[in-house]
Design a protein around this ligand. Structure first.
Ligand SMILES: NC(=O)c1ccc[n+]([C@@H]2O[C@H](COP(=O)([O-])OP(=O)(O)OC[C@H]3O[C@@H](n4cnc5c(N)ncnc54)[C@H](OP(=O)(O)O)[C@@H]3O)[C@@H](O)[C@H]2O)c1
Length: 309
């Protein structure tokens, strides 16, 4: 397989770091963006060429994009100017751009009360909450960059679990629930925790990025999931793993006060249910993991830094 030059934004983050680590081990030459000099040194130690800068440095992003074969934007699903700068750098080149999105673009406002949200696949018209409309616009920008001669694709991740392979080891939702459980001595779920999220193991996510980098069709949109669980089921597994009693219910207003509205309503209390039909069919992606509860019960780190506030 041809070795490529790849630029990864968020290279010190959970998703970007895990993808970058795999790219390095596959022999690709990886340049990684970080804002932090200490993390830059850690990237260098992993064999990644660090570039210290931010997503606001449009000229820098465009210029690096022009110099590489592929760009993987994993620093943020919500930074439109960065996406525009990368597209400007890649325009007309036939090179690959993979953009990281998230399935809160189809989240509802169930507040933990029910699990009856729509199950979306790539052929289902998306229903995007107004608070996530800007994220959806960015996804569409990336898809329509195909018309400018870019092999662009959006990977729309559900709840990612598993230990990362880069500088950042923790994902978002499950480490947050576990950190809160350690702080309060009990696992809290919002409302009744009946709301359901699709989920996907980080190693399967990394497989998907590498497959898409090599074989995506231009303008594609791929959901990423390898299973689904309710937040109560996830909470029960965390309680078992941490040796705590069963979950307790938590009011949405209290949760929003403590975590902020977006994390309470969208990250933890919504339904976000998808099926990754297209990646399985088109990229022959075959995720190896299937049960987030099994991973939590058997493998979730029992101690890690609290990140709940
Ligand atoms: N984890 C999930 O389950 C999941 C699922 C779906 C979607 N997403 C979305 O995917 C994106 C990445 O998620 P993640 O879990 O990998 O997050 P993460 O661990 O926080 O990694 C993101 C990295 O991007 C870098 N970054 C953030 N803002 C930046 C900026 N303005 N300029 C330059 N670098 C910046 C940060 O690195 P430095 O501090 O080194 O600069 C950070 O380490 C987020 O937008 C997230 O909402 C995540």
């Amino acid at each position: 397989m041809k070795h490529m030059k790849v630029f990864v934004t968020g290279a010190a983050g959970y998703i970007g770091g895990s993808v970058a680590a795999r790219l390095v081990s596959a022999g690709h030459a990886v340049t990684g963006l970080t804002r932090d000099h200490d993390k830059a040194a850690k990237l260098a130690a992993m064999g990644i060429t660090p570039v210290v800068g931010t997503l606001d440095d449009g000229a820098l992003l465009s210029s690096i994009a022009r110099d590489v074969d592929s760009v993987i934007n994993a620093a943020s699903s919500d930074h439109r100017a960065a996406v525009e700068a990368i597209i400007a750098g890649l325009s007309g080149s036939g090179k690959t751009l993979l953009h990281t999105s998230g399935t809160s673009v189809i989240a509802d406002d169930a507040q933990g009360a029910h699990g009856a949200g729509i199950v979306f696949d790539e052929s289902t018209p998306l229903v995007t909450p107004p608070q996530k409309a800007d994220r959806r616009v960015i996804d569409q920008l990336v898809m329509s960059a195909a018309a400018q001669g870019i092999r662009s694709a959006v990977i729309c991740n559900s709840m990612i679990y598993g230990v990362g392979h880069g500088v950042a080891r923790d994902s978002a939702q499950i480490p947050l629930l576990a950190a809160m459980a350690r702080e309060f001595g009990v696992v809290r779920v919002i409302g009744k925790g009946r709301n359901r999220w699709s989920n996907v193991h980080i190693d399967d996510v990394v497989d998907l990025y590498l497959r898409a980098m090599h074989t995506t069709s231009p303008g594609a949109f791929y959901f990423a999931e390898n299973g689904e669980a309710s937040l109560a089921e996830i909470g029960e597994a965390i309680a078992l793993r941490l040796g705590m009693p069963s979950v307790v219910e938590w009011g949405i207003a209290d949760a929003a006060r403590m975590l902020g509205r977006s994390r309470a309503h969208f990250s933890l209390a919504s339904n976000s249910r998808v099926r990754a039909v297209r990646a399985r069919q088109e990229l022959k992606w075959a995720p190896r993991h299937g049960s987030v509860q099994d991973w939590i019960r058997d493998e979730m780190p029992v101690r890690s830094k609290p990140t709940c506030t």
